[in-house]
Design a protein around this ligand. Sequence first.
Ligand code: DX5
Ligand code: ZN
Length: 225
Amino acid sequence: MIAPSILSADFARLADEMAAVRGKSGRGADWLHVDVMDAHFVPNLTLGLPVVKSMLAVTDLPVDCHLMIEKPDHWAIGYAEAGSYNVTVHVEAADDPVMLAKNLRAAGAKAGLAIKPGTPLDPYLEVLKHYDTLLVMSVEPGFGGQTFIADVLDKVRTARTLVDTGHLNLMVEIDGGINADTIEQAAEAGVDCFVAGSAVYAATDPAQAVEGLRRQVEALSERST
Ligand code: DX5
Ligand code: ZN
C-alpha cells in the first residue's frame, strides 16, 4: 500500500492536492497520510482536528492520522471519533498505550503505534499486541524531505517475522525518506504500507508518482516468487 503524506502538499489547496493522488487510470493512493504536529513533541506545527475534519468531509480515501503530539492519551480519540481510518500515536509520548489503543478501537478507528528511529522495538512487543499498525519512522519526525535512515530496517525485519509467525497481527508501515531509491530495500525488509511525502508531491504528476512506487514494489515481489 502507498500512503501519500500531505505534509509535502500545498496547504492552500488541500482538497485539490488530496484529489491529485487518486489514480486517473491506476489504483492511486491507498491511504492519505496526515501529519499532525504540535510544536512540542516535534519542532514543527502543522494542522489539527478542525482541518482533519474538513479533509474527511471531502475524501473517501481512508485517512491515516500520524499524531506527532504530546498527550496523545487525551487528544487522539477526537481523530478517531471524527472518522479517521487509522490513528497513530507515538510510543514515546503515550502514558498508557494499551488503554489508548482500546479507546481508539472503541471509537471506530484502527490503532497505530509509531516509534522514532532511535526507539527500540523490543520493549513494546506486548503493547503491540493491542495495535493494528506499527509505524516505523525512518527519519526523525518533524519534517518532510529528509534522508532515509536504513538502520531502522532491522526493526521492520523483526516485526515482519513476528507477524509472519503469528506473534503479532498488524500492518508494518514505514515513514520518512521513501522514494524510488529507498522503497525497494524497505519492501525487501517486509513493509506493508509505504508513506511518501516529497517523492509524491514534488512530482509533476503525484498520481503517477504513486503508481511508480507501487510498480517498483510489485516488480520486486514478482521477482521473488
Ligand atoms: C515526518 C512525517 C512524514 C513526512 C514524510 O515527520 O511523519 O510523514 O511527511 O515525508 P518524506 O516522504 O518527504 O520523507
Ligand atoms: Zn508521518
